[in-house]
Write a protein that binds this ligand. Sequence first.
Ligand code: IDP
Ligand code: MG
Length: 140
Amino acid sequence: MSTERTFSIIKPDATRRNLTGGVTKMLEDAGLRVVASKRIHMTKEQAEGFYAVHKERPFFNDLVSFMISGPVVVQVLEGENAMAKNREVMGATNPANADEGTIRKVYAESIEANTVHGSDSLENAAIEIAYFFKPEEIVG
Ligand code: IDP
Ligand code: MG
């Protein structure tokens, strides 16, 4: 076990429904610590760059439109096995398949508007954190 950092986004469907606190409480209850957080409205270019790995997927344009449809909260989460722990508390991409007690089961509206993003590897976590945060903005 080791202390890790991972990257999270509270997506526009959640900020629209005033769920920043509700989602963050579930992250904290799972043992994750918010060591950086800011509310931003992504530009189209920012969202396209962030999701570049998905650009050949059929849902790419809709996903980018959704992610710029309102503000998001980008966060760095720290804790033991933070990357895997965050993926676990997020639940499956499609809320219909998400386990009871996960963020997506509780809050997600659809497979697209699914409330949270979380890095899927430590390598991607480092890339995604650096995409949105300067080192001095992260205070552990
Ligand atoms: P993840 O967020 O669980 O890691 P990914 O496969 O990386 O899932 O997909 C990135 C995001 O793209 C999802 O969180 C969701 O918002 C959106 N997405 C994934 N699959 C679909 C789909 O089949 N239709 C519409 N949107 C999708
Ligand atoms: Mg993913």
